[in-house]
Design a protein around this ligand. Structure first.
Ligand code: AMP
Ligand code: MN
Ligand code: MN
Length: 316
């Protein structure tokens, strides 16, 4: 049983590093922090490495323990969370050098790049997989652990509203409420509060938004120039792709943002009912979930827009 092997590897390891995907969202961060707390409860001292930690998640328990890098080159064990492939892993060098590697994830496009892979593509968030794992480890889900897990669930389900939510999602949240954990406060902090820069970006991307294909597709973008002008920090673009999807009649929302490498663009896509955006992103070397996916494409804004739109049109 994979979970027994995972426990064994954790118990054997003297040094453990926890990693997640680059441009980390609430699920990536919640998963790393939750696993960090869990391993401490098991008597371990894991390192949590996130190179660009978004300020809006600074309130989470254990956020102060996150490091940008580490002196240890060769960990006994590396655990990658919420990340579908090695290329996208933040701090992949620690993973590649580690003696043993574990992948815990919920992307259907996961490439199974660990020695041990615990992947459940039906789970709405990586954090939801962790509930089962921690229960198996016989760990109590206390306030801190609950807060981190709930953060991942709330952000990856858009506040319990996407199709992937399960009865367990609500049962877990109910259990947290019974324990006196302030679920609305966490919700408010992780989903309902915009940074000022996010608000400024929102104004810009809304102004540029095009409604295409008889109202079935929205397209908008932001550039590094925008990032500079509104003083955006990592994570400030989070949630903007959702706006297009909310418009009546829209099936696919496309949001692209320039990469630090100016000749590339990061694509974020969302869909409502029929189009599997993960398949489209997969064509460009990316992936994700049927209703939320991403990829990285080389080219000018116009070239990238054309490439992605031509695939979306085929899928409509
Ligand atoms: P985002 O649009 O960045 O919020 O990402 C939506 C979903 O697609 C998330 O589950 C991401 O982990 C996944 N995703 C985004 N970019 C990529 C990529 N380049 N490769 C694989 N998965 C991705
Ligand atoms: Mn994620
Ligand atoms: Mn996730």
């Amino acid at each position: 049983m994979t979970l027994d092997t995972i426990v064994e590897e954790i118990q054997k390891a003297n040094s453990i590093v926890l990693l997640a995907h680059e441009s980390p969202d609430g699920d990536a961060i919640g998963s790393v922090l939750a696993m960090g707390i869990a391993l401490e409860n098991m008597g371990k001292k894991p390192d949590r490495i996130i190179k660009e930690y978004p300020r809006r998640f600074a309130f989470l328990p254990g956020a102060d323990k996150v490091k940008e890098a580490s002196d240890i080159e060769k960990y006994d064990l590396a655990i990658a969370l919420d990340c579908s492939d090695l290329r996208r892993l933040d701090g992949k060098e620690y993973f590649e050098n580690a003696r043993k590697t574990i992948v815990i994830d919920h992307h259907s496009t996961n490439t199974m790049y660990g020695d041990i892979n615990f992947v459940n593509p039906v789970a709405p968030a990586c954090c939801e997989i962790l509930i089962g794992i921690f229960t198996y480890f016989e760990l109590e889900i206390n306030h801190d652990l609950g807060t981190c897990i709930l953060t991942g669930i709330i952000t990856d389900t858009g506040g319990f509203k996407y199709q992937g939510v399960t009865p367990e999602t609500f049962e877990f949240t109910a259990e947290l409420l019974r324990k006196g954990i302030n679920v609305s406060e966490i919700y408010e902090k992780v989903l309902e509060t915009r940074t000022k820069s996010n608000f400024e970006l929102m104004k810009r991307i809304l102004n540029r938004m095009e409604v295409l294909e008889d109202g079935k597709v929205t397209f908008t973008y932001m550039t590094n120039q925008d990032v500079k002008e509104v003083n955006a920090e990592p994570g400030d673009h989070e949630g903007l792709v959702e706006i297009g999807r909310g418009i009546e009649g829209v099936e696919v929302s496309i949001f692209i943002r320039q990469d630090e490498d100016e000749s590339k663009y990061k694509i974020s896509m969302r869909s409502n009912n029929n189009v599997n955006v993960s398949k489209i992103c997969y064509l460009f070397g990316g992936g994700g979930h049927p209703r939320a996916a991403g990829c990285l494409i080389q080219g000018t804004l116009e070239q990238v827009k054309d490439k992605i739109l031509s695939e979306v049109k085929k899928a409509l």
